[in-house]
Write a protein of this length. Structure first.
Length: 186
């Protein structure tokens, strides 16, 4: 009787690992084919919610226009990241490698981490990959049904918890090549 229980437990573990490996491979296959993403977002930073629209072009390019009073603009050309308050013309510029977006916007890096990370099923709705790279702890989330990227969670350069949820996702649209040009600093 004990041998049967051990045998069935081992079979169950092996089947579960194979199922997990299969889902991970499907996520990787779909993500590898993704050249760009366009989406609406909700972002929560220390319980303050912001909304807007973004476009990501791999690797490391992003354009986001926030739907708030300041009409905040966030743009990365792959090397630098600019955050600009368009109402007051105030801006901040950072080398992208100093931010978690350097990793989040690097598809090859994410795929390598996904291959070597454990996958968690959360609320039977989405998959989470959790990893730490240098000083960055990042969670990446994929929808269980579509296998699309649906968000991430990280700590920003000011040590704030940032949770970003993506929706109305569109993949591989034709993009304006000038969209990721850094805004002029007046």
């Amino acid at each position: 009787m004990i041998k049967k229980k051990i045998f069935y437990t081992i079979i169950f573990i092996l089947l579960f690992k194979n199922l997990n490996a299969s889902e991970i491979n499907r996520i990787i296959d779909k993500f590898e084919k993704t050249e760009n993403l366009s989406f609406s977002f909700k972002q929560n930073i220390n319980d303050k919610e912001e909304k807007g629209y973004c476009v990501i072009k791999y690797p490391k390019k992003i354009y986001c226009l926030y739907d708030n009073y300041n009409k905040k603009l966030l743009v990365s050309n792959g090397k630098n990241l600019v955050i600009k308050n368009q109402t007051s013309n105030q801006y901040y510029i950072y080398p992208i490698e100093k931010t978690a977006l350097n990793l989040i916007l690097d598809k090859k890096f994410l795929i390598s981490k996904i291959k070597n990370s454990n996958m968690d099923l959360i609320e039977n709705k989405f998959y989470r990959f959790k990893f730490i790279e240098k000083d960055n702890q990042i969670n990446i989330f994929f929808d269980r049904k579509t296998l699309n990227l649906i968000g991430w969670q990280n700590i920003d350069i000011y040590q704030n918890l940032v949770i970003t949820y993506l929706f109305n996702l569109k993949i591989n649209l034709l993009l304006d090549k000038n969209q990721f040009r850094l805004p002029s600093i007046d």
